[in-house]
Structure formats: structure tokens, C-alpha cells
Design a protein around this ligand. Sequence first.
Ligand SMILES: O=C(O)CCC(=O)C(=O)O
Length: 259
Amino acid sequence: MDTPQISLDSEKLAHDFNAAGYISIPDFFNSDEVAQLNENRERFIRDVVPTMSKKEVYYDDKSDGSTLKQLQNMDSLDAYFGKLMAPDSKLTALAEACLGEKVVPKNLQYFNKSPKVSTPTPPHQDGYYFHLSPNHAITLWIALEDVAPEQGCLNYVEGSHQFGTRAHGDSETLGFSQSILDFGIPNDLKNARKIPCKAGHLIAHHSRTIHWADGNVSGNKTRQALGAVFFAESCREDTRAKAAYQAHLDAKLAAAGKI
Ligand SMILES: O=C(O)CCC(=O)C(=O)O
């Protein structure tokens, strides 16, 4: 994709992101760019997914390809998606403006909620999975189509990034294995913000920001998005702890017949 320069008011972005723990930018991608993203998403699912490890491809129902739910590492598997997170891309510029330093691209994910199987995304903080010190990273979530509340739009707890990482436990949800154990305390409910999106809308959250999504109860619509994860350059990743958790999870999912 050509990556036309957008003018980023870095100071304002950093201010808003630091205050709320998230930002919301409608029309970050215009309709031509959204069309290109979706053409490439279709090509990737047709040509690349069949070559991927089953650990990187989740279906709600393994026997039904139309329930494709999540993909990992699209940036490292495909030149088009790699370019989206390249150092000169507008996603990288946005991530750097929000985090206030250089960033390292980590993972481009695809998230869908099929209308056939409605699985909520449990409340969580991405940093719990990332094993970072300091916990300073960002996920840019890009709507590939209009996402209304009944399709399972994202919800944030505004300001939650200021209060550290909460205790998480097994959620038994494929793709989102961990959930905040005491979610629903008054502060969570008071500061909850629902973010419906139009196609091309970008929302971005800090790795300490609590977020979740309801299931897709639209009856007939998908809910497709990309999630681009960048770590701040100053972070150190505990790769051993991360690999150990991933191996444990992969074995558990395989034993349960989910992957
Ligand atoms: O798309 C979803 O339902 C959840 C996405 C998410 O948790 C994330 O991007 O960090």
C-alpha cells in the first residue's frame, strides 16, 4: 500500500493517549486504502493461511472455514502487511507519537467475530501477555468494515492504564486465554467507553488499558479488524517466560482439539 503521509499532531496525540489510555481516529484509512486492505486480507486468507502453522490460525469451529477468528504474524509472513508496519509507515509514526519514543513492530493480527459463533473478548490488558519491562506498548486496532455494538465493538476502561496490571486468570476463550479476575469493580463500570467504528477507523490502546468486546449478535455480519502491536524500543521482553506460557497454551489447545 502507498502510505500517504498524514499530518500527526504528535503533542496532542501523546497528551490524549496519556490521559485516557486510548485514542480514536475516524477515517485514519480512506475508502481506497480500506479497499486495498480488504483485497489483501482476502488474498492472505486464500494463499497464505493454508501454509501457516495451526498455532497461528484460530477458528471458532475448525471444521468450518467461515468461522476464521484470529491470525498472527501477518507482518512477517507477507510483504504487503509487513510494509504496513515498516519504519516509514503511518502506523509506525502514530505508535511513536503515542508512546513518545521509537518503536519495534511485533505482530500484526487479524480479529474476526463470525456471525455463526458469538464469542466475547474477555476483559484484559495486553501487557499481561507481553512480558515487558517496562510495560510500555501499543495496539493499533483498525476496523476493516463498519463495526456496530451488536457486532462486538471494543470497549475501553478510560484511565485504567494508570493503575498497573490487574490479576488475570484462565478465560477458556480461544485467542484470548486470560481475563481480569475482578473485572467489574465500580471504577471499571463508571469509566467504560464503547467504541463503534466505521471502516477505516483506527483506535489505539496502551498495553495497560483494560479492554473487551461482546460477542457478535448481529445475526448476519462479520466483525473484521486488524491489530498492529508495537513495543516501545526501551522495553525488554522476557522471551523465556513468554515462550514457556505459549508452549503451555499450545499444548492445552491441542489437547482440547481447538487447534
Ligand atoms: O478484536 C477484539 O475483539 C479484541 C482485540 C484485542 O484485544 C486487542 O487488539 O488487543
